[in-house]
Design a protein around this ligand. Structure first.
Ligand code: ASP
Ligand code: MG
Length: 479
């Protein structure tokens, strides 16, 4: 058997496969990577959102809108085939497959426009076509370029529960599938090409693991196959000290620990999906964040190593935060209340960012998501039955991430002193070893981010070797 370390999982995000030029880049990166390879692909940029909208239009009987939006997405795939697949046999194969997907989605649109209903399960089916189509087209482009690739349907490998829209994998069952279906191919020297984001239940129903979860898929494949390295190819140079859309002069980190990265993702950084760290951490597989549009940059390495303790690494944020201030009904005993509250939360499963409690009230902080929106009213109603419940929305959670934050000299004072205008009564704190969160008003957002970045990254001496300048590019970047 080949040794563990020569297996690399390479994941390419939506902007890395957005058009023919980008895909040519991807093909070169894969060709130049040594060892056994598993390539995990996202849908071409904006395809998943378009498919979600198509499903919504269809369920509202807006068939014309759905069809024209579908046409646009389908055409982008045909353009890529035209540009990158010139072998006539490969080309007709690729075209036929995209036509078949087109037909299938069109049928689903008609179905939905009759039943006028859209479940999360159906939505997942719609979403899955983005990755199914991108991987088909890129598979043919890679074959055309002479790579020895095999296209795998991730739904046959990754098995999840049926929590549609944010399904979670069963690693044991998935590992058995990887052993029987992937390992023999890898041993033959094949490069495996698979879709990110999509998976299926044990009885084969298509699921997705949450928006932006192709990173998670890459980590899952890395874990199932005991990879030596997981590479996340994206459109920024690596993990940055702040979202460059907010702080254009943010710096790149050469490295960050798993724990810090996990905290950063949990508190809003888009550079790596929040579920990706755990599987890598468990098997101690380093994750490299790399820029497919700037292969000269050495990226950021995420690993178990912590070379820079007692340092703030990044400041991140989450918008559209909902705050539930809950005061238990006096008639309920403390423990009965907690039990009822946990029951409500377990039923609706919101993603809770912070939970703070004092003797007479509890504050639950969570991000508004498509999922929370669906459960929002029920959540509120159920809480009203057991408490006086006040809901405030549209707050912003800003979080400083690092390690051993409490041992940084004057840490809390520096946060306050660098933000003179921000009122303490509008600020809520969440605190642990790796993160410090402030919940602020929308109007204070830019000012606070700028002040904190200045205080922790610009005013301090940066010759630690950890922070590097980034390549600035046009267009929208995400941290
Ligand atoms: N295509 C999916 C999305 O846009 C998954 C991903 O790209 O990570 O959310
Ligand atoms: Mg991403």
């Amino acid at each position: 058997m080949a040794k563990r370390n020569d297996l690399v999982v390479l994941k390419f995000g939506g902007t890395s496969v957005q058009d023919s030029a980008s895909i040519t880049n991807v093909i070169n990166i894969v060709r130049n990577t040594k060892g056994r390879k598993v390539v995990v692909l996202s849908a071409i940029s904006k395809a998943t959102t378009a498919l979600e909208n198509i499903a919504k239009y269809a369920s509202e009987s807006k068939t014309a809108e759905a069809e024209s939006s579908l046409e646009e997405i389908i055409n982008r795939h045909h353009v890529i085939i035209n540009d990158l697949v010139n072998d006539s046999k490969l080309k007709s194969e690729a075209v036929e497959k995209v036509i078949a997907y087109h037909r299938h989605i069109a049928e689903l649109i008609r179905g939905l426009s009759i039943i006028n209903e859209l479940s999360l399960r159906t939505l997942d089916t719609f979403r899955s076509f983005g990755e199914l189509m991108s991987s088909t087209v890129i598979f043919h482009a890679m074959k055309n370029a002479g790579l020895d690739v095999e296209l795998i349907d991730s739904r046959k490998i990754i098995k999840t529960n049926n929590d549609f829209s944010r399904a979670y994998p069963d690693f044991e069952i998935s590992a058995a599938n990887a052993d029987s279906l992937l390992k023999p191919l890898l041993e033959k020297g094949k490069t495996i090409l698979a879709q990110g984001f999509i998976a299926s239940t044990e009885d084969g129903i298509t699921t997705t693991m949450g928006r932006e979860s192709s990173d998670f898929s890459a980590a899952i494949y890395g874990s199932l196959l005991d990879a030596g390295e997981i590479q996340i190819w994206t459109d920024v140079d690596g993990v940055l000290t702040a979202d460059p859309n907010i702080i254009p002069y943010s710096l790149k980190l050469s490295e960050i620990s798993f724990k810090e990265m996990e905290e950063l993702s949990n508190f809003g950084a888009k550079v790596l999906h929040k579920n990706s760290v755990k599987p890598a951490l468990k098997k101690d597989i380093p994750i490299k964040i790399l820029n497919s549009k700037n292969t000269a940059s050495n990226g950021t390495i995420v690993s178990s190593k912590l070379s820079y303790p007692k340092l703030v690494k990044s400041v991140t944020y989450k918008k559209n935060i909902i705050v539930l201030r809950v005061q238990p009904k006096e008639t309920l005993g403390q423990f009965i209340f907690w039990e009822m509250m946990l029951n409500i939360l377990a039923r609706h499963k919101p993603q809770i960012d912070l939970l703070l409690s004092s003797s007479n009230s509890i504050i639950i902080v969570m991000a508004e998501s498509a999922y929370t929106k669906i459960h929002y009213d029920e959540l509120k109603n159920e809480f009203s039955e057991i408490s006086d419940c006040e809901i405030v929305s549209k707050k912003i959670l800003i979080t400083l991430v690092g390690s051993d934050l409490s041992s940084i000299e004057n840490f809390e004072q520096r946060i306050f002193i660098s933000n003179p205008g921000v009122k303490a009564d509008s600020v809520l704190f969440g605190y642990n070893k790796h993160s410090f969160s402030l919940l602020i008003e929308e109007k204070d957002f830019l000012k606070t981010m700028t002040n904190l970045h200045k205080e922790f990254f610009e005013n301090t001496n940066s010759d630690t070797g950890l922070f590097e300048g980034t390549t600035k590019k046009e267009g929208k970047l995400i941290a």
